[in-house]
Ligand binder design. Sequence first.
Ligand code: SAM
Length: 317
Amino acid sequence: MSVNYLRISVTDRCNLQCIYCHPLSGCDFIERKEILRFEEIHRIVRLFVRCGIRKVRLTGGEPLIRKNIVHLVRELANIAGVEELALTTNGVLLEPVAAELKDAGLQRVNISVDSAERESYKHITGFDLLPRVIKGIYKAVAVGLTPVKINTVILRGINESQILALAHMSAYFPLAVRFIEYCPTSKYTKPASDYVPNSEVRKIIERKLGPLSPVLVSDVDGPALYFRFRNSAGTIGFISGRSSIFCQKCNRLRLTSDGKVSPCLYSAHHYDVKKLIRGGASDEVVLDLLKKILHEKSNYTKLNSPAPEFSMQNIGG
Ligand code: SAM
């Protein structure tokens, strides 16, 4: 599988405190001076494109709390060779900037929503902001940041009751509702036992809403498997990172907000690109490191990684 996808966490800060992501003990945020500046992100992407990266996704923390994010989107969209530019957001701040983001060159958004019900949304995220997120979803569809994908993490005893309502959204709206298996990242977030396998989620959906038929989608390079109900406007996706292994198909690298490239979500190994850049390295020297990362990526997989504790907010999911 050729590596053509770079996910960039533009900040480790977030405006929500989701129980499966935000450490219970609070966050040790990265010092602001250590966070990559826009011109540094731009340079890294420009050089990665010379090594074959074609798809870029901005994530976080929450990318929409980063000041002037529209400017970064515009700059990245203008790099020749960036064929796909997308963003993953919790949607809270999306509605007012969706049109601007689209105009700047953003193509698609993924929006994280773990409940369709206001009280349980508040319980999971810490904030009573579901109505704002819903407005963001409508706006994203209206301005054409499509296909809009909804990311949902189901936790046992927390939001299993929401599976049907979330899945049902795809019956009437052109949304891809994707169930992402919970990945325990740290002893300070929820325990590993709270995970609900997607096989169980699928059974719950099919029992009540009818059979799901496989859908062939163009997003062949992602780990999601897509299905739909009969006559539904949208699709249902399953991303089963806990119960299955898709390392052979992995085409992605992750750039953390403090400038480290991670070859595998589960590996503790990283390459410090920012150190090189801030040390005054030439494009050629940085390119050598990027090529080395691509060359060595397959050495780091979920199977051979020691499953360290890590922060989803810094690495970006
Ligand atoms: N703030 C943005 C958002 O909420 O989408 C972007 C960052 S968030 C870390 C990116 C994705 O990671 C979200 O879809 C979220 O549901 C997912 N995520 C976070 N922690 C996770 C975990 N422990 N297991 C599985 N997915 C997780």
